[in-house]
Design a protein around this ligand. Structure first.
Ligand SMILES: [Zn+2]
Length: 335
């Protein structure tokens, strides 16, 4: 595809030589906590069979999960929820756990059982085991989509949900609607020596993060990276490389993580950021060691559950490996 094509799948030069030379060690996992078992969504008998012993995550209208007295996930079985209005027909089928158990999500208002409390997804992600947090994130994202797609965007007709809750159909014009995820890029920008971090006005003092922004229609991810970094910080990206992603259901994003090499431009901020600046590896190591405790010095990084923090870790590891290779006298061109 020619560089001038308006429909280029990947922007010309996206994989700049500088980005390619930063080797990344951590491969993101490629299996979710549940088998989403797409084929079962069309099989009401199979879903009904899984329901009785299945676990049901209950979400309130604000997207909080019901929890027990210890703040752990309260997920009764379908049988415990009785045959009431919250049967499998009203529930979202999330998938099957490795032990075969079916997992469902249900509007807590339809359940006859009460719980000791409720917890928001951010808190749960920081405190719960990965399995429970992953199931909650999936349920929360789907609930959000369904709450905001009660009517058809074409004709305004009412939508009913089928396929275990994963497909909406307009009762008036028959159009099918599918869950939406909004892509956003998040990027560790380096000039080869330093890392670019920015901060928003409403963040706690000294909190900094790698830059991020939404993908616009008609844009490749690589083009979004270059545009957002230039818009937010006035820094020119030379090339970038995809590293990994993270669902960010606050409420419905997918964060696509990149590392980018850029010109060592002096950052200039516009409307979006309060400040942006380059930090060297020692600054970042100190910030990691600080781990969110504000001692009045240097930047504070995002929490360890975020892809923002993971990207910073990847960048620092790449810088350390490059430094070690230089000390050993490796010939970079031979690798
Ligand atoms: Zn319609």
């Amino acid at each position: 595809m020619s560089a001038g094509s308006p429909f280029a799948f990947v922007a010309a030069g996206a994989y700049g030589a500088g980005a390619a030379s930063l080797e990344i060690a951590d491969e993101p996992a490629c299996h979710g906590v549940l088998d989403r078992a797409d084929a079962l969504r069309d099989d009401p008998a199979a879903l009904a069979g899984l329901w009785a012993d299945g676990r049901v995550l209950l979400l309130d209208a604000d997207g909080n999960a019901l929890v027990d007295g210890e703040g752990a996930l309260f997920a009764p079985t379908g049988r415990e929820l009785s045959e009431g209005p919250g049967g499998p027909g009203a529930a979202i089928f999330l998938g099957r756990a490795p032990d075969g158990t079916g997992w469902f999500a249900l509007d807590a208002g339809l359940a006859a059982l009460g719980a000791a409390g409720r917890l928001d997804l951010r808190s749960a992600a920081a405190r719960w085991p990965a399995f429970e947090a992953g199931v909650f994130a999936q349920a929360r994202a789907l609930q959000h989509w369904r709450d905001r797609h009660r009517h058809c965007g074409v004709c305004g007709g009412a939508i009913t949900f089928t396929r275990g809750g994963w497909q909406g159909r307009c009762g008036a014009c028959g159009l099918d609607h599918y869950p939406r995820t909004d892509p956003a890029v998040i990027v560790a920008v380096t000039d080869g020596r330093r890392l670019l971090l920015g901060r928003q006005r409403n963040w706690p003092a000294r909190r900094h993060s790698v830059l991020a922004g939404f993908v616009e229609p008609g844009e490749t991810l690589e083009q979004t990276v270059a545009r957002e970094v230039l818009e937010e910080a006035g820094v020119r990206v030379r090339g970038c490389r995809y590293l990994g992603s993270q669902p960010w259901p606050f409420p419905g994003q997918l964060m696509l993580g990149f590392i980018a090499t850029a010109e060592p431009d002096e950052p200039r901020t516009g409307d979006e950021l309060e400040s942006a600046q380059w930090f060297d590896a020692d600054d970042i190591r100190a910030a990691m060691a600080r781990d969110g405790r504000d001692d009045g010095h240097g930047p504070l990084l995002s929490t360890s559950i975020s892809i923002s923090r993971w990207l910073v870790t990847q960048w620092l590891a790449a810088i350390d490996r490059a430094g070690a290779a230089a000390v050993r006298g490796d010939d970079a061109a031979s690798r």
